[in-house]
Design a protein around this ligand. Structure first.
Ligand SMILES: [Ca+2]
Ligand SMILES: [Ca+2]
Ligand SMILES: [Ca+2]
Length: 163
């Protein structure tokens, strides 16, 4: 009887731990991700993510890039075309790419097309990842309408950040 109670408690705790991303978000590491099936400008995408308590997604490590490549490849069939805005932009200062969420300059990890040279193009100031470019990073016109990926911190036990 006591054993059953412990098992039941463990199952409920484990179930609870799994539920640390909102509905429709996929969990990886300390983050929850959602590819949104709405075509929007970069600025509209940014507003939409905020309305969901999230931000346009950031890619800070090769590991995160690898996860997102797998995740987006798996769901790409539901998106036509499979092109997504992410949070990077250089509209404040041409050639200086920052993450919208943190304003931190993108230097530690990048995955630009064309031999990883940081792009400079005054007409293309927003970061896009697409299946057509094998998920390598591309600068594009912020007013173009693409799908987009939101990211938010994963929470557990009502507010403590894990990871
Ligand atoms: Ca991130
Ligand atoms: Ca630019
Ligand atoms: Ca470009």
């Amino acid at each position: 009887m006591a054993l059953l109670a412990v098992v039941a408690l463990l199952v409920s705790v484990l179930t609870f731990c799994e539920a640390d991303c909102p509905d429709g978000f996929s969990k990886h590491g300390g983050s929850c991700y959602k590819a949104v099936r709405i075509k929007a400008t970069w600025a509209e995408s940014d507003v939409y993510c905020h309305s969901a308590g999230a931000d346009l997604a950031t890619i800070e490590t090769a590991e995160e890039q690898h996860y997102l490549e797998g995740h987006l490849s798996a769901i790409a069939g539901a998106f036509d075309p499979a092109r997504f805005w992410f949070g990077g932009n250089d509209f404040a200062e041409e050639g200086t790419w920052v993450w919208a969420k943190s304003k931190i300059q993108i230097v530690e990890y990048t995955n630009w097309r064309y031999n990883a040279v940081t792009p400079i193009d005054k007409d293309e100031n927003c970061l896009e990842l697409s299946q057509g470019y094998d998920w390598q990073w591309n600068d594009n016109d912020c007013d173009d309408r693409y799908f987009f990926v939101c990211e938010k911190d994963a929470y557990i036990d009502g507010g403590e950040i894990i990871g």
